[in-house]
Structure formats: structure tokens, C-alpha cells
Design a protein around this ligand. Structure first.
Ligand code: NDP
Ligand code: 8X3
Length: 253
């Protein structure tokens, strides 16, 4: 029987690449996001390319009623989830706190902290009941350091760091693995979202050096799931070689 992996935010970037890598490795997939068309295309592509089963759930992670409804409506066979990848997240805006936009803060807090909690609250009871499971939270270097204007995004990723530790502490007795992957700069739709569709600003973030590609992160996420039962990666920071910290880069321009 194939393992079942649930990936939040599978319509783009790291989540999309994780779907590809886990499919290549014969996992059946539960893929979530808000963009239904992209989920459908991904479903069709992965099922025909790899012969795996894929089910898709369309919900806004910020809405707990939608999260609960989607997860509880899964057929029982799909509730036997082995791996949860809490990936959906975003940054919006890059301003000082005193000039920041409240709506941007709400979006980041509601998505990155509350959304991750809602999904975890819905899935972890299956893991506890089955005495198995692996939770992989996608944190960030922004959860390890704070950089100018990153304030609220950094705070949300520090919260992911704390929640990862909390989950590990609470679930160790049930044999459930909890891992955080904390990447540096990856070229995805992340900066387009952060700069609210300003493609030129988004592109400028990746000028002059080679950022990570989402596939680089996905292969590391997958690696953490291949280790023997008694081995867990607690926390893994992955950066482009040209990035030393959230603010120190080696750029050729
Ligand atoms: P993308 O913007 O490419 O992908 C983000 C994904 O999150 C999309 O699939 C999107 O799906 C989903 N998502 C966002 N908001 C919601 C929501 N309210 N409800 C449901 N799904 C949502 O960015 P990345 O792949 O780069 O980001 C993935 C994770 O990696 C995030 O947690 C991010 O913070 C983290 N990260 C990114 C880094 C980078 O440099 N790119 C570095 C370190 C960490 P949809 O819009 O269809 O709902
Ligand atoms: C994304 C990386 O440095 O833009 O989490 O915050 S950073």
C-alpha cells in the first residue's frame, strides 16, 4: 500500500514541487489550496504520469470551518495519512511596523499561524489514534532571524518554529515525528505575493545570485521522510550557497 501524504499549498512553489517528488516516490497525495483549476491540472498530471492516487481539497486555510469540513469529508481510507506537510504560507508587504498595513498583518498571521494550527488540529488526532505520522512544517530563515521590515512575517515564522517544538514535545510519546524545514531564498511565487503582483520588484529579489529552486527544498523534505523509524530530523536550515543569513548575500551586481 502506498503511503498517503497531505500537502497544503500544493498549487505553487515548494508545495507543488513536493507533490511531484512524493508522487515520483509512489505516495498517494492529498493536495490542498484555493486555486481549484491548478489542483485539477496537478491531479490529472500526477495520476497519469506516476499512476498514483490523488485527491484534492479546495479550502482557504484561514477558515477553520472550511478546513474541518474538508478534512472530515475525506473518505476513511484517505484519513490514514502518513505525512502532513504544513507548507501553505505567505508574506505580504515589507514595511516598518509603524507604517505597516493591518490587513497585511492579518493575512500573514491568519495564514501562517492560525491556518497551520487549524490543519494540524484536524489531522494530528488521526496520527495519535494510529500511533504513527510525520509532520513537516515549512518554516523559514525568517523564523530564526529578524530582518528590517520583515517584522510580522518573521514573527509568524518564529511562531512556526515554536509550534514545531511544541508538537514534538507533545507527540514524542506517540512515536510521531515532527520536523521543521527552514529555507532561505527560493524563487517561487512568494515574492510576487509579497510585493502584491509587482513582478519587477519580485524579480529584483533574485538578481545577481542563484536562489534555491523549489525542487531543491522538496528533495530535502522528501529525504527527511526516508530515514529509519528511530531517526528524526528536528530542524533543518537550507540556503542558497550565495546566502549566508537573511541579509547577507554574495551578489555579482
Ligand atoms: P508560493 O506563493 O509559490 O506558494 C504558496 C502556497 O500557499 C500556494 O500553493 C498557495 O495556494 C498556498 N496558500 C497561501 N495562502 C493560502 C490560504 N489562505 N489558503 C490555502 N492555501 C494558501 O510560495 P512558496 O512555495 O515559496 O511558499 C511555501 C512556504 O514556504 C510558505 O510557508 C513560505 O512562507 C515558505 N518559505 C518560502 C521561502 C521563499 O523564499 N520562497 C523561503 C522560506 C520559507 P493558493 O494560492 O492556491 O491558495
Ligand atoms: C522567506 C525567506 O528571507 O524572504 O521565508 O523571509 S525571507
Amino acid at each position: 500500500m502506498n503511503k498517503i501524504t497531505l500537502i497544503t499549498g500544493a498549487t505553487s512553489g515548494i508545495g507543488r514541487s513536493c507533490a511531484e517528488v512524493f508522487a515520483q516516490n509512489n505516495h498517494d497525495l492529498i493536495l490542498t489550496g484555493r486555486r481549484e483549476g491548478r489542483l485539477k491540472d496537478l491531479h490529472d498530471e500526477l495520476t497519469s504520469k506516476y499512476g498514483i492516487k490523488v485527491t484534492t481539497l479546495v479550502f482557504d486555510i484561514r477558515n477553520n470551518a472550511e478546513v474541518e469540513y474538508a478534512i472530515s469529508s475525506l473518505p476513511d481510507v484517505w484519513k490514514n495519512i502518513d505525512i502532513l506537510i504544513n507548507n501553505a504560507g505567505l508574506a505580504v508587504g515589507l514595511k516598518t511596523i509603524h507604517e505597516g498595513e493591518i490587513d497585511d498583518w492579518e493575512r500573514m498571521i491568519d495564514t501562517n499561524i492560525k491556518g497551520l494550527l487549524y490543519v494540524s488540529r484536524a489531522i494530528i488526532p488521526f496520527f495519535v489514534q494510529n500511533k504513527k505520522g510525520h509532520i513537516i512544517n515549512i518554516g523559514s530563515i525568517a523564523g530564526k532571524e529578524v530582518y528590517p521590515f520583515g517584522n510580522v512575517y518573521c514573527a509568524t515564522k518564529h511562531a512556526v518554529d515554536a509550534l514545531t517544538k511544541a508538537m514534538r514535545t507533545e507527540l514524542v510519546a506517540d512515536g510521531i515525528k515532527v520536523t521543521q524545514i527552514a529555507p532561505g531564498a527560493i524563487e517561487t511565487e512568494f515574492s510576487i505575493v509579497r510585493f502584491k503582483g509587482d513582478k519587477k520588484m519580485a524579480d529584483s529579489i533574485y538578481n545577481g545570485y542563484k536562489p534555491l529552486e523549489p525542487e531543491d527544498v522538496a528533495s530535502v523534505v522528501y529525504y527527511t521522510t526516508t530515514l529509519p523509524g528511530h531517526v528524526n530530523i528536528n530542524d533543518l536550515v537550507i540556503m542558497p550557497t550565495a546566502q549566508a543569513s537573511s541579509t547577507v548575500f554574495s551578489k555579482n551586481n
